[in-house]
Design a protein around this ligand. Structure first.
Ligand code: SF4
Length: 512
């Protein structure tokens, strides 16, 4: 039997078919096999509770059985395989995704996908812009977007859902929705209600529907719900391979006997998916930042079992079932949410090294901390956007604009770098629509500090100074389409008399 047409034997002797697309291989169909969703199968066979539990525990493996340990669900497409046309079908999508300026910068400044170079200067006369060599869409996002538009185009009569937001950008998500894409749940996991029935879309899903898994990946619980309803998940799984790389690292460390510490935000979809994967192989716990690393350090250094239990209490809701702080914190490996600041991750690893050295002695540190986990699960695309921005931070500028969705973690990390350097002259916005005038901009306060009552809201701040010529730094997070950056430049240029602003064509000719 070929790899694609398998009959799966499960330890307990139960058998079921990998119905990736609910179509049986011909030899099975001829042999009298029927394709049926697992949910129907439970009902028809009236299996005892215990058997259902075993089936459920194994079902998630089935669609991915075609993969070997080192294979990826979905590899980035090479440039020549990309199909940009699917999402540049009309003026709206061209305005959203296309920017002649950004294309020119990328062509000139990105000799290498993974290494940052000096920023590009766009001299429009009254305003000069600095754009880092790397900004905007990463390969994972680019691939997921193209897949979503392709799936919509290829399945005109079907309902096409995204498990949750495809990426953290409201304009991309809105454009997809207007072209027919629906969402099953919000980025916080809240089910979306179907207007016509008043019921969650989840309830009415059938094997005639398609659900795309976004670049962040998905929790096993969600995948299982899709499998049980008979939906194919393998061919619509757009999990970014750099997210999957984190899952593979967690599995490897788990198999080596380490507990997995996930540096990430417990409420973020990617971290939830990583936790779901990691907890299958090892005790796992999520920590948010250095402060929480220090709290975990106190647990490690506590002397009694009772003290460890007490100090671990804040982590229980973010730890795997049965996590025992008395024994599960003595061998640690750290993996990340891919989009965090590298320095912060490295600080946390250094801190854990110090703490475990204090607990077990320097001679034994390599037994207690996976030393190869030094930030190697951070995404290079996030890192290169940060490195490229860092090369522009020495410049003297009047405003630094960072563009991205309100729930975009990597955009916030870019903003943090700008804020550290430029203070209140750094702005986090979603589009040119947030620039109210030459003197006012609506800045988004990212929800990071729970003590800040303004977090999660917009705040009007002073924007550009009254000067003959302004210098503005502009960059976008990994989910920011190029078109928005160009529209921001056009919006700012519009504040100056026409005769003092050079044309896009003349600026394009000068990019070097
Ligand atoms: S930011 Fe990195 S990990 Fe996330 S989708 Fe993009 S390439 Fe993948």
């Amino acid at each position: 039997m070929g790899r694609e047409e398998r009959l799966v034997s499960i330890e307990e002797g139960l058998f079921f078919v990998a119905l990736d697309d609910m179509e049986l291989p011909p030899d099975m169909a001829e042999g009298g096999w029927l394709a049926t969703s697992l949910r129907e199968f439970y009902k028809e066979t009236k299996l005892p509770e215990l058997c259902v539990a075993r089936l459920r525990a194994n079902a998630i493996r089935v669609p991915y059985l075609y993969l070997n340990a080192n294979d990826y669900i979905y590899r980035f497409r090479a440039e020549k395989e990309r199909n940009r046309k699917v999402y540049q079908v009309d003026d709206t999508s061209v305005a959203l995704y296309h920017s002649a300026l950004c294309d020119a910068i990328k062509a000139v400044k990105r000799a290498k996908e993974r290494s940052a170079t000096s920023p590009a200067r766009l001299d429009f006369g009254a305003a000069e812009y600095l754009l880092p060599s790397h900004f905007g869409f990463c390969l994972g996002v680019q691939n997921a977007i193209e897949r979503a538009y392709e799936t919509l185009a290829a399945n005109p009569g079907k309902r096409v859902f995204m498990l949750s937001e495809l990426i953290h950008n409201p304009f991309v998500n809105q454009d997809l929705q207007e072209r027919g894409l629906k969402y099953l749940q919000s980025d916080k996991g809240v089910p979306v209600i179907e207007e016509a029935t008043g019921l969650p879309y989840w309830e009415g899903l059938s094997d005639q529907d398609i659900v795309i898994i976004p670049a962040f990946g998905a929790r096993d619980e969600d995948k299982l719900r899709l499998i049980e309803r008979g939906l194919p998940i393998r061919q619509y799984d757009a999990t970014c391979m750099l997210v999957e790389k984190v899952w593979k690292a967690a599995r490897r460390y788990g198999q080596q006997g380490y507990t997995i510490v996930i540096h990430g935000k417990a409420e973020h979809e990617e971290t939830k998916a990583t936790f779901s994967n990691s907890a299958k192989y090892a005790p796992s716990v999520v920590i948010r930042d250095m402060k929480e690393a220090a709290q975990l350090g106190e647990v490690i250094l506590a002397e009694t079992k009772e003290d460890k239990q007490r100090l671990f209490a804040p982590f229980v809701s973010r730890a795997s079932v049965g996590f025992d702080p008395s024994k599960d914190l003595d061998r640690l490996a750290l993996v990340n949410q891919t989009t965090l600041l590298r320095n912060e991750t490295l600080k946390i690893i250094a801190y854990l090294e110090e703490t475990l050295t204090a607990a077990y002695g320097e001679a034994h540190i390599t037994e207690h901390l996976a030393m190869s986990s030094k930030g190697d699960t951070l995404c290079y695309a996030t890192q290169v956007n940060q490195d490229a921005l860092a090369k522009a931070l020495d410049e003297d500028i009047d405003a630094a604009i960072v563009v991205g969705g309100k729930n975009s973690s990597n955009t916030f990390q870019l903003f943090r770098l700008c804020q550290e350097r430029f203070g209140d002259r750094a702005f986090y916005i979603q589009s040119e629509g947030n620039i109210r005038s030459k003197s006012e901009v609506e800045h988004f306060i990212f929800p990071y500090d729970p003590k800040n009552p303004k977090q999660g809201g917009m705040e009007t701040r002073p924007f550009l100074p009254e000067k003959e010529r302004v210098r503005v730094l502009v960059t976008g997070g990994a989910s920011c389409p190029d078109g928005i950056l160009q529209q921001i430049i056009a919006r700012i240029n519009g504040f100056f008399p026409e005769d003092r602003v050079r044309s896009v064509e003349s600026v394009l000719a000068e990019i070097e």
